[in-house]
Design a binder for this molecule. Structure first.
Ligand code: NAG
Ligand code: NAG
Length: 454
């Protein structure tokens, strides 16, 4: 365990966050792999400056590195390899081990932890009231927590190494670190509550399922743990995006809805792609209209997914689209919306070169475990684009040599209700027999966070 002075430089983390968000939509041109990233770190244009400043002035975050086990589930020689895993502690508010004050643990997701420390205001907002210790743990393979000290690019390029990149390994990492931390602080009576947003929220709920002896509770925010197999309709995601646009402004929704055909029409004209490249000031000439359509689709998604009430990017975009002079054509209106969100840049759509980790790391994670069947079958403001498991899986095979495992999450963590009433009754009967001797009487259990009994 070593202390790292690095956190003093909050500027650097901010820049990392900006780089990260800038490239979300551009990393992979493969079709059928544009499962939106789910992490909390918002794109640059959506950052709330007030919140950012608040995070920057917090001087109380101390960085540690835990000597983490590469492979928790096998006993091969290389399983015992260790790597440095970063976690960050803020003890400013903590009531201390003696008073059994709680530990709030933020579980990192598909990005370096820096962005979460800056953005996850919920923990700092509530820390004083609960006198909580705050811990933020970085997900393996992101940020400074990559095995063998590799870059993510190298780690993902190596079939043996990337095999250790999974949510089950990440949850085991979190369990080890939290148990280690409690020992180190002699805080065995401090209950742990885990927190996470989006994929991190999925991890929080799964952590509580698998490690109830480590976490007394979990707060999972926007965690799509049921967006697997056929549990919910594949349209769910994009229909919410379209509905948000419709509710914000029906003329904006209508303009976007009509724009796809217009994009295709212009693209099919002589020198059409050049016309489109000029109209959208693309950073390099478009190779196909789908390149532009994909970019716009992800932009609309981000505007809704990160629709911060203080910045209101959805309203900003629709105001610009609606407010474009009437003589402007459909595509100029769309472009006005793009500029409103991104600001006045020298070029748009396909900026070159970015070393952000989220797109490539998340691509691996969706190819292996998180194969969300997100598609568009209904006629919303987006053109229909049904999820096609075969082409998705083929894209994964060509990138990583492995097919997607779309049923593994529900097999491992659950999701489907697959039991008959009789099985459930039997299970309840046996578990109540077991629990009867362990549970404290109900009145003793009353919301005493610091002294869980059951
Ligand atoms: C980290 O763990 C590995 C494997 O358990 C061990 O060989 C190594 O000595 C440890 N390193 C440190 C710095 O504790
Ligand atoms: C972009 O530049 C134009 C003209 O200089 C200006 O009117 C507009 O407000 C700018 N837009 C943004 C989003 O900065």
């Amino acid at each position: 365990m070593t202390t790292n002075p690095g956190m003093s430089s909050h500027r650097r983390l901010w820049i990392a966050l900006l780089l990260l968000s800038a490239s979300v939509a551009t990393a992979h041109d493969l079709d059928d792999v544009d499962i939106p990233k789910l992490g909390m770190s918002r794109p640059e244009f959506l950052l709330d400056p007030a919140r950012a400043v608040q995070a920057l002035v917090a001087e109380d975050f101390v960085t540690f590195f835990y000597n983490q086990t590469l492979d928790h589930f096998n006993y091969r020689p290389e399983s015992y390899t260790a790597f440095n895993q970063r976690y960050v502690v803020n003890s400013e508010y903590w009531g201390g081990a003696d008073s059994g004050a709680p530990i709030f643990a933020f579980l990192g997701a598909e990005a370096p932890i820096d962005g979460d420390i800056a953005n996850a205001g919920f923990l700092t907002d509530n820390a004083a009231q609960f006198r909580a210790l705050l811990v933020y743990i970085e997900h393996r393979f992101y940020g400074k927590s990559i095995p063998y000290g590799m870059t993510l690019e190298r780690a993902l390029g190596d079939a043996d190494t990337r095999g250790y990149f999974s949510s089950a390994q990440a949850l085991a990492d979190y369990a080890e670190i939290l148990i280690h931390l409690k020992q180190k602080l002699k805080a065995e009576h401090s209950p742990i509550i885990v927190f996470g947003g989006s994929y991190g929220g999925m991890l929080a709920s799964w952590f509580r399922l698998k490690y109830p002896h480590v976490a007394l509770g979990a707060l999972a925010s926007s965690a799509p743990i049921l967006y697997f197999d056929d549990i919910i309709p594949q349209d769910a995601y994009y229909s919410v995006v379209a509905k948000s646009f419709l509710e914000s402004s029906s003329s904006c929704h209508q303009t976007i809805r009509q724009s796809w055909e217009e994009l295709d029409r212009v693209a099919s004209e002589p020198r059409g792609l050049t016309k489109l490249s000029n109209a959208f000031k693309t950073c390099s000439p478009l190779q196909s209209s789908s390149e532009l359509k994909k970019y716009l689709k992800l932009l609309y998604v981000q505007v809704v997914q990160y629709n911060d009430p203080s910045a209101q990017p959805l309203k900003l975009m629709c105001d610009a689209i609606n407010g474009a002079p009437p003589r402007k054509g459909l595509l100029q209106k769309i472009f006005a919306g793009l500029v409103a969100i991104n600001g006045n840049l020298t070029c748009y759509v396909n900026p070159s070169g970015s070393d952000a980790q989220t797109p490539s790391g998340w691509f691996w994670q969706t190819c292996t475990e998180m194969a969300f069947p997100i598609g568009i079958t209904r006629n919303t403001m987006f053109p229909p684009e049904p999820f096609n498991l075969n082409s998705f899986s083929n894209a994964c095979k060509s990138e990583f040599g492995v097919p997607a495992r779309p049923r593994w999450v529900t097999t491992y963590f659950g999701g489907h209700v697959g039991h008959s009433a009789n099985q459930i009754n039997l299970a309840v009967f046996f578990s109540s027999l077991l629990l009867i001797n362990f549970c404290a009487k109900p009145e003793e259990m009353a919301s005493d966070l610091s002294n869980p009994r059951c």
